[in-house]
Design a protein around this ligand. Structure first.
Ligand code: PRP
Length: 212
């Protein structure tokens, strides 16, 4: 049978996942010395790693061309879930927050507010739950710029250390929810290759707890 294919979110989550695989005892030298290669073997071809952008990890897993994926809960909340989320990997910890200019009251006044975000669905759900009608503007990165330039009243974004907010004169108005990396699985793969997938997920879970 073909080896299992795991889509990894490139960057920070990739590094943490490789560290977790190495803790289990898988040889990750091909991934660590990848150059510009995007599909790489792990261990003795035990499985294959596919390096992709976060939203694409979900696309590849949903379509079943990758059996598993490692992706942040932020991307899952934004893109929805036509797959199983089987494990909280415990790394990539941060939170979603509503943030705005320091010492500026946000939840007051009657005028409708404008929110800039890379996560329009998350922002929409958050304000719908509050019964607040807001205008949402999609920004691709460095969302902190939007209130500084006067485009928005506030942002919905990821906060990790809080230093980007601080260094730009912004502060958290309200925390929305915690985020961390998750292991996701294609629904058909989970049926057809249940034993293999469960065994890998269990090993990742044990390694995460440091008991493997
Ligand atoms: C994320 C996020 C914040 C920053 C938060 O951006 O959008 O800008 O990290 O981290 P901090 O609280 O530790 O300062 P990222 O670095 O992913 O880049 P982007 O803004 O271009 O998406």
């Amino acid at each position: 049978m073909k080896s299992l294919r795991i889509a990894l979110t490139k960057g920070r989550l990739e590094k943490d996942t490789v560290a977790l695989f190495e803790k289990i005892g898988f040889d990750c030298s091909a991934v660590k010395n990848k150059g510009r290669k995007l599909i790489l073997p792990v261990g003795d071809n035990q499985f294959e790693v596919v390096l992709a952008k976060a939203a694409d990890v979900i696309t590849y897993v949903e379509h079943g061309v990758c059996d598993l994926g490692v992706v942040g809960k932020d991307t899952i909340l934004e893109h929805g879930s036509g797959f199983y989320e089987v494990l909280d990997l415990g790394f990539g910890k941060c939170k979603f927050a509503l943030a705005g200019p320091k010492n500026k009251e946000f939840f007051s006044g009657y005028s409708s507010k404008t929110i800039a975000t890379k996560y329009p669905n998350v922002a929409r759900n958050y304000f719908e739950n509050k019964g607040m009608d807001v205008r949402i503007i999609k920004i691709e990165g460095s969302v902190e710029l939007a209130p500084l330039l006067g485009l928005s009243d506030a942002i919905v974004d990821i906060v990790e250390t809080g230093s980007t907010l601080k260094e730009n004169g912004l502060e958290v108005i309200e925390s929305i929810c915690n985020i961390s990396a998750r292991l996701i699985v294609n629904a058909a793969s989970l049926k057809i290759r249940k034993a293999e997938i469960e065994s890998l997920a269990e090993r990742m879970d044990r390694a995460k707890e440091g008991t493997e």
